[in-house]
Ligand binder design. Structure first.
Ligand code: ARG
Length: 477
C-alpha cells in the first residue's frame, strides 16, 4: 500500500502541464499555433466524465482517499455547471487544451489535490477516450437525423405508391417504374448508411484509459470497471495501438461521407425534376430562392447546396486519411488534427439532413407530368420483346424484331403502338391481337413483381421491411 504523506504544494515556475524541464516559455506564435482549446473545448463534458471515473479508479488502487474522491467529484460537478452557464469563462481561458483547462479549474477549486488526478495517466489516452465518447454520441445524433429523413422518404413513398414515372438509365427513357420505387431506392441507400454508422459506433466503443502515454498504467487500476463506468462495453487491447488508433474517426467520417454522397444523388434528382423540362416536382417555397434579376425564378437552392456541401464531408475524410498517412506508431501531435475534420463533418451532416428532410417533406410531385412522360411508348419496348419471349422467341431475336418495329414506326412518323396489326405481323406473325394490351405501363410495372422489383406489391413489401427495420432500431437501447 502507499504511504500517505502530507501533500506539499511544490513551487511551479510554469502554468503548463509540462513546464518542469523547460527554462524558456514557448514562442508566442508557436504557442498560439499549438493550442487546441479553441476546438477541443467541445470535449469538455467527456473530459469531466473521464476525470470522474479516473478519480474512482485511483481510489481503487489507494492513491485517492474516499474524502479526496468526494472532494474531486464535487469540484468536477462545479466545473461542469459553471462551464454550462459561463461561456465567458471558457472564452477567456488561456489553457493549452481541454485537459489543461480542467486541471487548472480543479487546482483553483481544490488546491494541490487538483494536481493529483493526473496520476498514472496521459493526455494521449485522455484525448483518445474523450474523442471516442464524443463520436459515440455524435453517431447516435446522426442516426436520429437519418431516421427522420427515412421517415420522410417512407411517407412520400406511401403517398405516391401507385404513381408511374419514366425510369431512366444514362438519363434516357428506359422502363416505367413507380415513383414510390424511385423514392425507396434512395431510402435503401440511406438505410445502408445507418448500418455504417452503427459500425462506426461499435469501433469507437472501446475504452483506452489505462493505456498511459503508450505503455500502459503502472497502477493496477480496474480497466474494465472504468470502461463500464464510462458506458464503454469493452477496453482497448493494446496500449500502444490505443494511443495511435483513429480508425473510429475514419469509420465515422466515412459513414458521413456516404450519407453526403447519397444526399447529393437525391439532390441532383430533385434539381433535375424541378427543372421546367421535367416539371416532375414542385419544391416548397420555404426551401427555394428567387433571383435578384429574373422575377420568374424559383431556384432549387436547398438541393443545390446539399449537393455542393457534400464536398466538405468528402474533404474531411481525405483530411483525416492524410493526417494518418505516414505517422509512426504511438501518439504524435499530428493527431490533434483529427478533431476539427470530424467536428466539421458532423455539424455539416446534421444541417444537411435536416434541410433535406424539410425540402423533401414540402415537395409535391406532379402526377400529371409524370404520367404524360411515362406514356412515351418507347418505354415499353422491352416489354414488347418479353411478349415475344413468352411466345418462344429467343430474346436476342425478339430484341431485334422489336427494334425493327420501332424503326418502321419511326419511318411512318408515329408511335409504334399505333402501327397497324398488318404492319406488325409483316415483321412477325407472333404479334397477335393481345399484343398491345399486354404492353401497357400498368402491365409493364405489374410484371416486375420479383422481390426488389417495381411492381406495387414488391414496393409495398420493401416499405414494410424498412419500417420494421426502423422499428427495431427504435427499440434498441
Ligand atoms: N491536444 C492534444 C490532442 O488533441 C492532446 C494530447 C496532447 N498530448 C501530448 N502529449 N502533447 O491530440
Amino acid at each position: 500500500m502507499f504511504r500517505k504523506v502530507e501533500f506539499v504544494k511544490p513551487e511551479r515556475k510554469s502554468d503548463r502541464l509540462w513546464g518542469g524541464r523547460f527554462e524558456n516559455a514557448p514562442d508566442a506564435r508557436f504557442d498560439a499555433f499549438q493550442r487546441s482549446w479553441a476546438f477541443d473545448r467541445r470535449l469538455l463534458p467527456y473530459e469531466i466524465a473521464v476525470d470522474r471515473a479516473w478519480a474512482k479508479a485511483l481510489q481503487g488502487v489507494g492513491i485517492f482517499t474516499e474524502v479526496e474522491v468526494r472532494q474531486t467529484l464535487a469540484a468536477l460537478d462545479k466545473i461542469a455547471e459553471r462551464a454550462q452557464n459561463d461561456v465567458a469563462w471558457l472564452d477567456s481561458s488561456t489553457a493549452e487544451d481541454v485537459h489543461q483547462f480542467v486541471e487548472n479549474a480543479l487546482v483553483e477549486e481544490l488546491g494541490p489535490l487538483g494536481w493529483k488526478l493526473h496520476t498514472g495517466r496521459s493526455r494521449n489516452e485522455l484525448v483518445a477516450t474523450d474523442f471516442r465518447l464524443f463520436v459515440i454520441d455524435a453517431v447516435a445524433e446522426t442516426r436520429r437525423s437519418l431516421v427522420a429523413l427515412l421517415d420522410g422518404l417512407l411517407l412520400q413513398s406511401k403517398a405516391n405508391l401507385k404513381t408511374p414515372m419514366a425510369g431512366m438509365t444514362h438519363m434516357q427513357h428506359a422502363q416505367p417504374i413507380l415513383l414510390s420505387h424511385f423514392l425507396m431506392a434512395h431510402a435503401e441507400a440511406f438505410s445502408r448508411d445507418l448500418a455504417r454508422l452503427e459500425n462506426a459506433a461499435a469501433t469507437a466503443d472501446a475504452c483506452p484509459m489505462g493505456s498511459g502515454a503508450l505503455a500502459g498504467c503502472s497502477f493496477a487500476i480496474d480497466r474494465a470497471a472504468l470502461a463500464r463506468e464510462l458506458g464503454f462495453s469493452r477496453i482497448t487491447a493494446n496500449s500502444l495501438d490505443a494511443v495511435s488508433d483513429r480508425d473510429f474517426a475514419l469509420d465515422t467520417v466515412f459513414a458521413l461521407a456516404g450519407i453526403a454522397t447519397h444526399l447529393s444523388r437525391l439532390a441532383e434528382d430533385f434539381v433535375l425534376f424541378a427543372s421546367q423540362e421535367f416539371s416532375y416536382v414542385v419544391l416548397p417555397e420555404e426551401y427555394s430562392t428567387g433571383s435578384s434579376l429574373m422575377p420568374q425564378k424559383k431556384n432549387p437552392d436547398s438541393w443545390e447546396l446539399l449537393r455542393g456541401k457534400t464536398g466538405r464531408i468528402t474533404a474531411a475524410l481525405f483530411s483525416l486519411f492524410t493526417t494518418l498517412k505516414g505517422l509512426p506508431s504511438s501518439y504524435q501531435r499530428d493527431l490533434q488534427e483529427d478533431k476539427e475534420a470530424l467536428f466539421a463533418a458532423h455539424d455539416q451532416i446534421t444541417e444537411m439532413l435536416s434541410v433535406a428532410a424539410g425540402a423533401l417533406a414540402g415537395s409535391k410531385f406532379r402526377a400529371d407530368r409524370l404520367s404524360a412522360v411515362v406514356s412515351d411508348p418507347t418505354l415499353l419496348a422491352t416489354d414488347a420483346a418479353d411478349y415475344l419471349v413468352h411466345k418462344g422467341v429467343p430474346f436476342r431475336q425478339a430484341h431485334d424484331l422489336v427494334g425493327k418495329l420501332l424503326s418502321e414506326a419511326e419511318k411512318q412518323g408515329k408511335p409504334w403502338t399505333q402501327l397497324s396489326q398488318g404492319d406488325m405481323q409483316k415483321l412477325s406473325p407472333l404479334f397477335e391481337g393481345d399484343f398491345l394490351e399486354s404492353c401497357s405501363v400498368e402491365s409493364a410495372i405489374a410484371s416486375k413483381s420479383v422481390p426488389g422489383g417495381t411492381a406495387e406489391e414488391s414496393v409495398r413489401a420493401a416499405i414494410v421491411q424498412l419500417e420494421q427495420k426502423l422499428k427495431q432500431l427504435e427499440n434498441k437501447p
